[in-house]
Design a protein around this ligand. Structure first.
Ligand code: BDR
Ligand code: CA
Length: 311
């Protein structure tokens, strides 16, 4: 039986890779995409969610729109310098055919988890605002969600949006503190592992050779993402593997070395968004997070290659 998941996402170029690869994975039943601001404005992220489900005939999957800004900290800027003004690399994709589901993303999460007790895995790969709002509105979901497998944060690697913070957490650190501390099982795929998996231009070219709707879309949108990695890190066409790492973990957790660590989320000041492990519990009792610290990067690349190129 396939595993029920909700992807909470801000598509977003690497979000698109995750969504397309997951839709090619019969191990999962995607119950819905819930969209949030982050890589672009939430309106654009929601339209991109619709485009992605429609691309290869999955238009029956509901796509909802959620929060357009953080819970407390006003959103200063979204990640359009990384993902393009449209979140899809400035490629002007055609308008989707279907409509966005009228429910708020947080309500959709609540309704879906209550209707499937113990069965839903949440896969957040954007700012955690929708997830925090849903558990605030209906705390019962905390014990009813199977687990949370998220892309965000960093235990020991440097940040990407600031010297210490990863973008998804920094966009809404108050939401992240609620989600990390809720008491449900959280697995964190942060920069410790996502920056160790490098998709090279050769790897991407080999993906494009498959010439499917998914690979053709990736071929259009990825140059913008590569451009950012080149400008910021001098990576010469290679990209980090952020959001798709969640799929690799869900399919084969043995690709990762994990450690359960008490985790603090800084919500204030210059270091807002930093996720700090406190293994000796010097800051009192903090919720433990299952943190991915090491990765079999070739294993992840092989797995994702297979899933991205399926039709
Ligand atoms: C995260 O931020 C966004 O740019 C990506 O989609 C990913 O979720 C990486 O820090
Ligand atoms: Ca994302």
């Amino acid at each position: 039986m396939s595993r029920k998941i909700i992807i909470d996402t801000d598509p977003g170029i690497d979000d698109a890779m995750l969504i397309l690869a997951t839709l090619h994975s019969p191990e999962f039943k995607v119950l819905g995409l819930t969209t949030v601001f982050g890589n672009a404005q939430v309106e654009d992220c929601a339209l991109n969610g619709l485009r992605l489900v429609e691309l290869e005939g999955n238009g029956h999957i509901p796509v909802t729109k959620g929060c357009g800004k953080g819970l407390i900290i006003p959103t200063e800027e979204v990640g359009t310098h990384v993902h393009g003004l449209d979140g899809m690399g400035n490629t002007n994709q055609p308008l989707p055919k279907n409509k966005i589901d009228p429910r708020h993303a947080a309500q959709f999460i609540i309704d879906t988890v209550l209707a499937n007790p113990g069965e839903v895995t949440l896969v957040p790969v954007g700012p955690l605002t929708n997830i925090a709002l849903s558990l605030h509105l209906e705390p019962k979901i905390i014990s009813l969600v199977k687990e949370v497998v998220l892309m965000g944060g960093s235990a020991y690697a440097p940040g990407n949006i600031s010297p210490v913070a990863e973008a998804n957490i920094a966009h809404d650190p108050h939401a992240a503190a609620l989600v990390y501390g809720a008491g449900w099982k959280v697995t964190m795929l942060g920069l410790d592992v996502t920056t160790k998996v490098a998709m090279t231009t050769d790897y991407l070219e080999r993906i494009y050779q498959h010439n499917t709707p998914a690979t053709r879309l990736l071929q259009q949108i990825l140059p913008c993402y590569q451009g950012f990695h080149d400008l910021f890190y001098g990576m010469n066409g290679t990209i980090h593997t952020h959001d798709p790492s969640c799929l690799a973990y869900l399919l084969d957790p043995d690709l990762y070395t994990t450690q359960s660590l008490p985790m603090f989320v800084e919500t204030n000041g210059r270091c807002a968004g930093q996720t700090i492990p406190d293994p000796k519990q010097q800051w009192g009792r903090l919720a433990e997070v299952n943190v991915c610290l090491e990765v079999n990067s070739q294993g992840v690349l092989d797995l994702l290659f297979d899933r991205l190129t399926r039709s």
